[in-house]
Design a protein around this ligand. Structure first.
Ligand SMILES: C[S@@+](CC[C@H](N)C(=O)[O-])C[C@H]1O[C@@H](n2cnc3c(N)ncnc32)[C@H](O)[C@@H]1O
Length: 220
């Protein structure tokens, strides 16, 4: 694993979305996935550390491009204007794009780095996957190489078939939580109600299958 090296570059104007990930995290993701083919939300500077084979930048609008292979994604923060007017959370649209790309087979695997905002609706579909809650506040860095003062905590979510590898490689870095439940089909982010109904059905089945306290008392 490479050391935590950040490129020293000339000053750029700092934009709110320019929070680049230190090497430890994409390095761990690379070990889990066997490589990083695509970072769909990036820039040349960030990719000196992430080292994805291909990147999309803001100018490309990575959301609208075709995705492929093994993906690293630390999406932009803030909001995105909708064609219909108004705006929507970047986290929501990028998380949704990642989940849908994985479920549809457009991509093979994805390590997605987001804030650990477990109370937000966009986080809910992520519980169906392996999640690492880092033991540290990740020290992102900006275009001038300086570390951000990160006020929040993060989560790295793994969408892919190498769950055991994710657990082994990410366990030293944070608390790794297995998929909480595995509905037959993960539902799109906007279908919260249907997902909730599916979860209720599943938990009801679990409670029917589990022995009751009474059953346990009667065990010899
Ligand atoms: C939080 S930074 C993460 C950069 C890099 N992925 C990493 O992990 O270090 C998000 C990056 O996405 C870029 N970005 C913003 N909007 C984008 C868009 N619509 N499509 C592609 N990239 C975008 C920003 O310019 C920024 O470089």
């Amino acid at each position: 694993m490479r050391t935590h090296q950040q490129p020293t570059l000339p000053q750029h104007s700092s934009k709110s979305n320019e929070h680049y990930t230190p090497a430890k995290w994409p390095d761990a993701a690379r070990l889990v996935m066997g490589g990083i083919d695509l970072d769909p939300a990036s820039c040349e500077l960030a990719n000196e550390v992430v080292q994805a084979e291909r990147i999309y930048t803001k100018a490309d609008d990575g959301l609208l491009q075709p995705w492929h292979g093994r993906v690293w994604c630390n999406p932009p923060y803030g909001y995105r204007s909708r064609r219909s007017g108004g705006r929507t959370s970047n986290k929501q649209v990028w998380v949704d794009r990642c989940v849908q790309a994985y479920l549809s087979g457009e991509i093979e695997q994805c390590c997605l780095l987001v804030t650990s905002s477990t109370g937000d609706g966009w986080f809910r579909p992520l519980w169906s996957n392996w999640v690492c809650f880092p033991y540290e506040r990740i020290s992102f860095y900006g275009p001038d190489g300086s570390s951000d003062s990160n006020p929040g905590s993060s989560a790295v979510v793994y969408l892919g078939p190498n769950g055991d590898a994710f657990r082994r490689i990410f366990s030293p870095l944070g608390r790794v939580v297995p998929p909480e439940y595995a509905p037959e089909k993960q539902l799109p982010l906007w279908d919260h109600e249907a997902e909730w109904q599916q979860f209720r059905k599943w938990s009801h089945q679990q409670s029917q299958a589990a022995p009751t306290t009474q059953d346990r008392r009667q065990d010899p």
